[in-house]
Design a protein around this ligand. Structure first.
Ligand SMILES: O=C(O)C(=O)C[C@]1(C(=O)O)C=C[C@@H](O)C=C1
Length: 180
């Protein structure tokens, strides 16, 4: 009886942990997107362009290092981070358009000293959490779009942005599963 109870307890706690991993992963992705309002205000106040290709290269290179550390397929991690950057830019074009008629009075966090270091740190956390998710589930094929859709709640993120991110996320694999 004791063993059955222990067995049932381990199944329930494994399921609870796996739910926790997906909700933590989705909330990290949402947290990264939530910085883009500050970036939009910061850049718009200084008349800086939305796009910075050199910075994108640094972010993507960092994500590939993180992929290697976590034994994830770097090509899919790179594609996922490029999708995050594309959505980040889309958010900023949309909010910049709104600011033409409704200028923001918000004082943004500093891009160089605050935001960029946080984006790199969040990038590492996202990759670590993907590893944790794959350790539990083996793949992202059964990840729930419904859960993802609810978790991503940043203003200016559209339905097609979410689909792009989710499609890229579902392709992320461990290096060991590459041949499958
Ligand atoms: O660091 C910046 O300047 C950003 O705007 C952030 C970010 C990103 O999502 O990492 C987005 C767009 C830029 O082209 C470069 C990087």
């Amino acid at each position: 009886m004791k063993y059955i109870a222990y067995f049932l307890f381990s199944i329930v706690s494994a399921a609870a942990n796996s739910d926790e991993v997906s909700s933590e992963l989705f909330s990290l992705i949402n947290a990264r997107l939530s910085y883009m309002e500050d970036v939009a205000i910061y850049k718009s106040k200084r008349h800086r362009p939305v796009e910075d290709l050199e910075r994108e290269r640094i972010t993507v290179d960092n994500s590939k290092r993180s992929a290697k550390r976590n034994e994830l397929n770097p090509a899919y991690i790179e594609a996922f981070f490029k999708a995050q950057i594309d959505v980040a830019k889309a958010i900023r074009f949309r909010s910049r358009a709104d600011m033409l008629t409704h200028p923001s009075s918000k004082f943004p966090r500093d891009l160089i000293t605050d935001v960029r270091p946080c984006l790199i740190h969040l990038g590492d956390q996202i990759t670590d959490k993907m590893r944790a998710y794959l350790d539990v589930h083996g793949s992202f094929e059964s990840a729930s779009f419904e859960e993802f859709n609810t978790a991503i709640n940043v203003q200016y993120v559209t339905a097609s942005d979410k689909q792009l991110l989710f499609r890229s996320l579902r392709k992320v694999k461990s290096l060991q599963r590459e041949g499958e």
